[in-house]
Design a protein around this ligand. Structure first.
Ligand SMILES: [Zn+2]
Length: 160
């Protein structure tokens, strides 16, 4: 839900990045694609590059939890770093943190609903290829890491 970048520009950026030598053995796309048109454009790109996805990980968090996490978020007005609810000062520059107008619950809820409406169909796009692993996003970082490793395989090889 960050800044808006048009799909064709985004696909061009991903294309340039995936051509770098460090992507030869594998890569992870985080938070992309978020819409079905993006997923379709990405399919075309992957085919062009002769690559394919091994897994699609869906970190599932229910709407109320998303609201709680996002609407409590605080930001440093000086350097724009974001912090979880309850943090008092920016760790980098000790400025008092504030809540952005568009991070307040009443502003966040419609954004999340629009986001889910566009993003959930992306899962169906990949489910047809049996690529989706659902990860329970409610647990601790350790719980989630374990589920992610289990889904992709400890050595990065996809479990068959
Ligand atoms: Zn700061």
């Amino acid at each position: 839900m960050g800044g808006y970048v048009p799909d064709d520009i985004m696909i061009g950026m991903i294309k340039d990045r995936l051509r770098q030598p460090d992507c030869t053995r594998g890569f992870i796309l985080d938070g992309f694609p978020r819409t079905v048109p993006q997923a379709e454009a990405l399919d075309v790109l992957m085919q062009e590059l002769g690559r394919s996805f091994d897994r699609v990980l869906y970190l599932r968090v229910d709407l109320n939890e998303l609201l709680r996490r996002l609407s409590g978020r605080l930001v440093c007005p000086l350097c724009q770093r974001t912090y979880p609810p309850g943090t008092e000062k920016c760790k980098a520059d000790a400025t008092a943190l504030v809540q952005r107008e568009d991070d307040k619950q009443e502003a966040v809820q419609p954004r999340i609903e629009i986001y889910l409406k566009k993003t959930i169909p992306v899962l169906d796009h990949y489910r047809s290829g049996d690529l989706v692993s659902e990860i329970d996003g409610r647990g601790t970082i350790d719980d989630i890491s374990r589920q992610v490793l289990d889904a992709i395989g400890q050595n990065g090889q996809v479990r068959q």
